[in-house]
Design a protein around this ligand. Structure first.
Ligand code: NAP
Length: 293
C-alpha cells in the first residue's frame, strides 16, 4: 500500500508516521516542505506521487488565535482539505481526514453522535466543519474522523501543562465544566493503521463501502479537572510535585478569545459497529501514555 501523510510533525501526524510503517510505503510531509495556505501546491505532489491513500493530519489547531486569523484557519482547515479530496477523487485514492468535537455547541448534555446537528461556537470549529462539508461534497472515498482533546507525550498538550503547573505551583485551579473524551494520539494512530490493514492491499472498494463521517475518541468522557487529577496520579515524577491543592473552577473565570463547548463528548458507537475497533478507555490510555512516554 502507498500512503501519503501530511502533518508528520504534529501530535497525531508523528504517531501516524510511526504506526503506518507496517502497511507499506509511507511518504510523509509537513510544513514548510508543504504549505496548506497555498492549497494549489498540494495538487502536483499528490498527482506526482499517486498514493492509494492520502491521510491529512495537518490542521490549524490554535483555537484562540483562529478568532483573529480566520482566513488562514479556513485555508488550512477547509480549502486545502477540500482540494486534497478533489485530487484524491481524480486519481482514485482514498482520503482520511480528522475533525473535531468543537463542531458542536456543547448544549446536548449526552455524547454526540454523527447524526447530531453541528453548531460551532468558534472560528476553529466553523473552519473544521466547513472542511468536512467540502470534503463530503468532493465525492471522493473519504473517511472523516472527528476526535476530541488530543494529547501526545511529544508536544505541548494539556498533559504537559498540568505536569508543569504541578511541579511549580502549590495550588492549581482547573475547570470542571468542560467535558469531553481525552484521546491519546498514539491510540488514535494505531486504530487508523488497523483500519487500513483491514482494508487490504487494494483498499479503495472496501473503504468506499464504509466512506463517511465517524466519531473516534478515547472511550468514556470526563471533565478537565478529573483528567488533571488522573494525570497527577500517573505522573512518573511525583516526588517533584509541589502542588498541594487541585481546585475546581468554572470556564467563565478564565475568559478566552474563543468560546468552547462545555459538553462535547463524542459517542463512538458507529465506528465500533462498522469497523469492530475502538479506542481504549481514556484512563487506561493515559496510564499507558505516561508509562511509555
Ligand atoms: N489537539 C486537539 O485537542 C484536537 C481535538 C480535536 C480534534 N483535533 C484534530 O485532530 C487532528 C490532529 O491534531 P493535532 O493535535 O495532531 O494537531 P497539531 O499537533 O497542531 O499538528 C498540526 C500539524 O499541522 C501542521 N501545519 C500547521 N499549519 C500548516 C500549514 N500551513 N501547512 C502545512 N502544515 C501545517 C503543523 O505544523 P507546525 O507545528 O509547524 O505548525 C503540525 O505539524 C486535526 O485535524 C485537529 O483538528 C485535535
Amino acid at each position: 500500500m502507498k500512503i501519503l501523510l501530511f502533518g508528520k510533525q504534529g501530535q497525531l501526524g508523528w504517531e501516524l508516521h510511526r504506526s503506518l510503517q507496517g502497511l507499506g510505503q509511507v511518504l510523509a510531509y509537513d510544513y514548510p516542505e508543504i504549505d496548506f495556505t497555498v492549497p494549489s501546491s498540494l495538487r502536483r505532489l499528490v498527482e506526482d506521487t499517486r498514493p492509494q491513500i492520502v491521510i491529512n493530519a495537518v490542521a490549524y489547531t490554535e483555537v484562540d488565535k483562529a478568532e483573529s486569523e480566520a482566513g488562514r484557519a479556513k485555508l488550512i482547515n477547509a480549502e486545502a482539505p477540500a482540494l486534497l479530496a478533489q485530487v484524491c477523487r481524480g486519481i482514485g485514492a482514498a482520503f482520511v481526514h480528522y475533525s473535531t468535537d468543537y463542531v458542536f455547541d456543547g448544549m446536548k448534555g449526552t455524547p454526540y453522535t454523527e447524526n447530531d446537528a453541528p453548531r460551532p461556537l468558534n472560528v476553529y470549529g466553523q473552519t473544521k466543519l466547513d472542511g468536512e462539508g467540502a470534503i463530503l461534497q468532493a465525492g471522493a472515498t473519504s473517511l472523516i474522523v472527528r476526535t476530541a482533546w488530543v494529547y501526545s507525550m511529544r508536544r505541548d498538550s494539556f498533559v504537559s501543562k498540568v505536569l508543569s503547573w504541578a511541579h511549580s505551583q502549590p495550588e492549581i485551579r482547573i475547570v470542571d465544566d468542560q467535558i469531553s473524551n481525552p484521546t491519546w494520539a498514539r491510540a488514535l494512530s494505531e486504530i487508523t493503521a488497523q483500519l487500513l490493514a483491514k482494508a487490504g492491499p487494494d483498499p479503495l472498494p472496501w473503504l468506499s463501502e464504509r466512506r463517511g463521517l465517524y466519531h473516534l475518541a478515547g472511550w468514556g468522557f470526563t471533565s478537565r479537572l478529573e483528567w488533571a487529577k488522573e494525570i497527577l496520579q500517573n505522573d512518573p515524577d511525583q516526588t517533584h510535585q509541589v502542588v498541594q491543592r487541585v481546585l475546581p473552577a468554572r470556564s467563565v473565570e478564565f475568559p478566552t478569545a474563543a468560546a468552547r463547548p462545555l459538553f462535547s463528548a463524542l459517542d463512538c458507537g458507529k465506528f465500533e459497529r462498522i469497523f469492530a475497533l475502538r479506542l481504549p478507555d481514556w484512563e487506561l490510555a493515559l496510564s499507558l501514555a505516561m508509562e511509555t512516554g
